[in-house]
Ligand binder design. Structure first.
Ligand code: OKP
Ligand code: ZN
Length: 342
């Protein structure tokens, strides 16, 4: 399958995050992409290709214009205050406060985020735009008849809401791609999010819609980030009721439990009869992931790919998380190889 990637992600580097209250180097780092490229290259899963520029119109179909304007100007505003170090939000509104975009960059950072997971540097916005173009180029490929493609986006996207960044995610690449499929004539899309963390942004964006089914397999938010969405009793609302399905699993889950949830999610997807399946591909379910608590092993990703192939639909893989850099390449390549052989 074609693998779309760009070196522009390299600009999003040298940033930090808060881990257990301490400032640490970001887990979501450029080496992740280098390791994936190496593994998929060695196994000849390609060919590789560059993304095509699609502009911001398809991004604005799922994201608020004021949020995108903020992302595009945040670094300029931050450095205009004389700050020559990474930008990090640290103020948020409590319920009962007002939803206002302040003039101050610190106020804006809080208004447009839900955590301190979205540190910004000079090259962040360019990397984020490249990520959206990578996902949209994947849509081009599937729309022109390819059976599968891999959009190697970085940073990830599934935690980003229409107007809010968080959890390392700025623009929701999978949501932008799903909406683009609909705008190009797909009647039904299914998003299968297999990242360790619940894809709260993707769920939220499509929560009231029946055309985009969202299925999430993830760590129980009672125990794990994002804590405040991703429970089993979130079926969708209004016309979207019945078109969101969450499969929260406890810390320590291995492939026995995880694979059973995958089967259940795939059954729900088959009932939806989607024109296209979009996989939010996180491999932070891996046993040695430094920020995660599931117990999947590298061979399990072959099984995941094979099960997804059994859906027998055109499939766009969009990269999300995975922080065990030494294994991320193997685990991604195994998923794609399992799909191609399945
Ligand atoms: C992004 B993706 C404090 C712990 C919270 C946020 C995890 C975001 C994961 N830094 N971390 O779903 O892999
Ligand atoms: Zn994750």
């Amino acid at each position: 399958m074609k693998i779309i990637h760009s070196p522009r992600h390299l600009g999003h580097s040298g940033h930090v995050e808060l881990m257990n209250g301490q400032v640490v180097p970001a887990f979501e780092k450029p080496e992740r992409v280098a390791m994936i490229l190496r593994a998929v290259g060695e196994r000849q899963l390609g060919p590789f290709m560059d993304p095509q520029a699609h502009g911001l119109d398809p991004v604005l179909k799922v994201h608020d214009a004021d949020f995108i304007r903020f992302l595009s100007t945040a670094w300029e505003l931050w450095t205009a205050d004389g700050r020559d170090f990474p930008a990090l939000p640290s103020f948020w509104k409590a319920p009962g406060m007002r939803s206002i975009e302040p003039e101050s960059i610190d106020g804006k950072l809080g208004h447009f985020s839900f955590d301190a997971g979205c540190c910004m540097v000079a090259g962040t916005w360019d990397a984020v735009q490249a990520g959206a173009d990578i996902a949209l180029t994947g849509v081009d490929l599937i729309s022109s008849g390819e059976n599968a493609a891999f959009a190697l986006c970085r940073p990830p996207g599934h935690h980003a809401h229409a107007g809010t960044m968080g959890g390392y995610c700025f623009v929701n690449n999978a949501a932008v791609a799903a909406q683009s499929f609909i705008d190009r004539g797909a009647a039904r899309v299914a998003i299968l999010d297999v990242d360790y963390h619940h894809g709260n942004g993707t769920q939220s964006i499509f929560y009231a819609r029946p055309d985009v089914l969202v299925c999430n397999i993830h760590a129980d938010p009672m125990q794990e980030f994002p804590y405040f969405l991703g429970y089993a009793d979130e079926p969708g609302e209004g016309p979207g009721e019945g078109f969101n399905a969450n499969f929260p699993l406890r810390w320590g889950t291995d492939y026995e439990g995880w694979g059973a949830a995958l089967d259940a999610a795939c059954a729900r997807i088959e009932a939806h009869a989607p024109d296209v399946v979009l996989v939010s591909l996180g491999v932070d379910t891996y046993k040695d992931d430094p920020i995660s608590q599931f117990k999947l092993d590298s061979p399990d990703y072959l099984k995941i790919g094979a099960r997804i192939a059994k859906l027998a639909r055109p499939t766009l893989f969009v990269m999300e998380g995975g922080y065990a850099v030494e294994a991320i390449g193997t685990n991604v390549a195994n998923t794609l190889e399992g799909f191609e052989q399945g």
